[in-house]
Write a protein that binds this ligand. Structure first.
Ligand code: IMP
Length: 429
């Protein structure tokens, strides 16, 4: 049976939510494999609005939902999200929700450090979501993280706390802050431990069983390839690998299990936070994209920066992430533009480039080379077949497909689940 891995192919916020919901309703298990509660999407099911940051999308419909080892977990954020969903009538038990016992925790000190560092960085700030994601991943790689399984052994934590606090106390001293309050931290962990531990298990084992039974697994990526810590616009990235390959390492299944890689691509470009953005528009067109596309961050409420579609970036993302097909979203936001532009290459100090260079100064300096196409005055919102689309919208989509060298698997034409043109079903292909 086919599995599907969904990833964002730009800077996140590509409209993954709707596509993931649709796929989750047909999956037997949904797995988050990287990131943390810096992600966010809103689900509308039978007139109820659910807000998810950490839990996989399957949770609302009772599908087995799994948080894999690649996620950094804020246990208090999890508790709040679970309580909120339960108050809305969603049942969350160890039967339908499992948490990797080797998942690294986000602690209050990580959130504080995220804030302290962003403030101290001045013009060099990353523009993080302030959730402590970076500091938690650093501690994981630095081999001083506290993990979910440690919550069952809090009486044996001294060497670990020594390692963790030695590092953080030095950092805090540099910021003129008091050292970590170990007793308070231990107390907080002791309080939250039973809640977390009820869901904790070796999820790689559970997934192995699910896979053996021939079930369909949906791997739900967060953020986007251009925020990947290796392949993104470093240092203006998140601290995890957001590419499709992480679905395997971040869940404990091998690379042969990730199946169809569906790249979610917005019909124009947005970015939240600092960092280079070659096609960014500071004019009325950019403002119009933001207003028509309701471009405000789900987690932080920040206004998203907007610009034309950048085919160079998406071609690069699709190649790096082995995208099988894309889901093109929010085409309707472009309705009514007299002309639309696509970036097909860059000029860097007189030289033509067909890829995005690695250095941030070069990334900031590249000038987009545009191809201009006629727009369409008709609405594309709610289209469910190619025949419902204006000819110029079809030409635009086909041109994108050509330039990114990756086929379109589906086109989403409104937030409603049914308003989708399905070209290839990722679960069946
Ligand atoms: P962090 O993940 O909070 O460390 O933030 C690092 C960068 O990733 C910032 O530019 C954030 O705005 C961006 N980011 C993190 N999560 C998301 C997301 O879910 N959507 C869009 N941008 C995100």
């Amino acid at each position: 049976m086919a599995n599907v891995t969904v990833i964002g192919a730009q800077w996140g916020d590509e409209g993954k939510g709707k596509i993931v919901d649709w796929l989750a309703s047909r999956a037997d298990a949904v797995v988050r494999f990287q990131g943390g509660h810096n992600a966010g999407h809103t689900l509308v099911v039978r007139d109820q609005v659910y807000k998810l940051s950490l839990l996989p999308s399957g949770i609302v419909t009772g599908t087995l939902s799994i948080i894999g080892n690649g996620v950094v977990l804020d246990p208090w954020a999890l508790q709040t999200e679970v309580a909120k969903l339960e108050s809305q009538g969603v049942t969350i038990t160890p039967d339908n929700f499992a948490l990797a016992d080797n998942c690294a925790l986000i602690l209050p000190m990580h959130r504080d450090l995220d804030g302290l560092r962003e403030t101290a960085a001045g013009s060099g700030k990353i523009g993080t979501t302030g959730r402590g994601i970076g500091p938690a991943y650093e501690d994981k790689v630095g081999r001083r993280a506290i993990r979910v399984c440690d919550l069952a052994h809090l009486d044996k934590m001294d060497p670990q706390l020594d390692r963790l606090c030695a590092h953080h106390d030095a950092l805090l001293a540099g910021f003129d802050q008091p050292p970590v309050d170990r007793a308070k931290l231990l107390e907080e962990l002791r309080e939250i431990a039973p809640f977390v531990l009820q869901f904790a298990q070796p999820v790689w084992k559970r997934l192995k069983k699910v896979r053996k039974a021939g079930a369909r697994i949906l791997f739900e990526g967060a953020q986007g390839v251009l925020l990947d810590v290796d392949h993104g616009t470093y240092p203006f990235v998140t601290s995890s690998n957001t590419v499709s390959g992480t679905a395997a390492s971040g869940s404990g299944l091998g690379p042969n299990s990730t199946g169809f890689v569906l790249g979610i691509v917005k019909a124009y470009t947005t970015r939240v936070g600092s960092g280079p953005f070659p096609t960014e528009l500071g004019d009325a067109d950019g403002q119009r994209l933001g207003e028509r596309g309701h471009e405000f961050g789900t987690v932080t409420g920040r206004q998203r920066r907007c610009g034309w579609f950048d085919a160079v970036l998406v071609r690069q993302s699709c190649a790096i992430s082995g995208v099988t097909g894309i889901a093109l979203t929010k085409v309707d936001v472009l309705d009514g533009f007299d002309t639309v532009k696509i970036c097909t290459g860059y000029r860097l100090r007189g030289k033509i480039m067909d890829y995005f260079p690695a250095h941030s100064a070069d990334q900031a300096e590249v000038e987009p080379i545009y191809e201009e196409m006629d727009g369409w005055s008709e609405t594309t919102a709610g289209a469910r077949s190619w025949a419902d689309l204006p000819a110029n919208a079809i030409k635009y989509i086909q041109r994108i497909q050509e330039l990114i060298e990756t086929p379109v698997a589906l086109v989403s034409t409104s937030p409603e689940r049914e308003d989708t043109i399905l070209v290839r079903d990722p679960f069946i292909d």
